[in-house]
Design a binder for this molecule. Structure first.
Ligand code: MN
Ligand code: MN
Length: 286
């Protein structure tokens, strides 16, 4: 069971039963390899949301119109395997209730158990790193294996990683789908994204945003920064392009101790973007 803190995500004070969107924080960073601190992200992201207007004028929706529930944080003092199981249970509760889950890491190891709560979906991860090792430092549930664990669940033809610019030879030799940042820069985000999207066999898409997929100039507050990244506009394009196909979202790897404040704001703004475009798509179907 998540624990409700003092501060909620702005506009997310609706009861669980009435909500279409459910936000959960997972302040877990135990497998982080370089510099830790993502456990502080859910609180930092929530704090920044109070800086925004509750109106998304460009989408014609306000947060007041949208039923969002902030469930609080999953309090996890155990091992990574215990964290994974409690995230799975929580995600399962949200998905079986027909609601749209939004998870805030913590590190990327929180994503595979959220994905496991779904059947017959595709998954797109935005990341500087492929996260495609079978295990890392003896851990199958390391944040360096996130995309690999996702592919274990959905199958190799139903997932791709986008924005990659760091991978080991071992990961490159495996058969996973990815689009690297060098090609995206050369050919353009929209063109490469369309090409990758056409490879996916299943229409519903879960999107996982590892914040280090965005260039460290825009998102310095992260554990493993990697130059030559995507821009916030690229990620905004992807969210809007997917819109009605989206079934769930997470943002991971924000590390407040290394932030100047802008990374938490960017993460919060991407969550707001997902809620706005998905809500518009839900309303259009009614
Ligand atoms: Mn990652
Ligand atoms: Mn990464």
């Amino acid at each position: 069971m998540p624990i409700r803190g003092m501060l909620t995500f702005m506009g997310a004070e609706n009861p669980f039963d009435e909500a279409k969107f459910v936000i959960v924080g997972v302040p877990f960073d135990r497998t982080t390899t370089y510099r830790s601190g993502t456990r502080f992200a859910p609180t930092a992201i929530r704090e920044t949301t109070w800086n925004f207007e509750n109106n998304n004028f460009e989408h014609g929706v306000t947060m007041d119109d949208i039923p969002v529930h902030d469930a609080g944080d999953l309090f996890e003092e155990g091992t990574v395997d215990e964290m994974v199981e409690s995230v799975y249970e929580e995600a399962n509760k949200i998905v079986s209730a027909g609601k749209f889950p939004i998870f805030m890491g913590g590190e990327h190891s929180i994503t595979p158990p959220v994905v496991r709560a779904f059947r017959d979906i595709s998954v797109i991860t935005i990341d500087a790193h492929f996260d495609y090792r079978d295990s890392y430092q003896g851990l199958k549930n390391s944040h360096g294996c996130a995309h690999r664990r996702i592919v274990d669940h959905v199958g190799v033809g139903n997932a791709f990683a986008f924005g990659i610019r760091s991978m080991s030879a071992e990961e490159d030799a495996n058969s996973g789908l990815y689009a690297d940042a060098f090609r995206i820069h050369k050919e353009g985000c929209e063109k490469v994204f369309e090409e990758m999207l056409s490879k996916l066999k299943r229409k519903p898409v879960y999107l996982s945003l590892d914040i280090d997929g965005i260039d460290p100039a825009y998102a310095p507050g992260t554990g493993t920064p990697e130059p030559f990244g995507l821009t916030p506009w690229d990620v905004r394009y992807i969210i809007n392009r997917l819109a009605d196909r989206l079934v769930g979202f997470d943002v991971v790897e924000v590390s407040p101790p290394y932030d100047n404040g802008n990374t938490s704001v960017l993460a919060a703004r991407m969550i707001r973007e997902v809620i706005a475009v998905k809500w518009k798509a839900m309303k259009g179907k009614k």
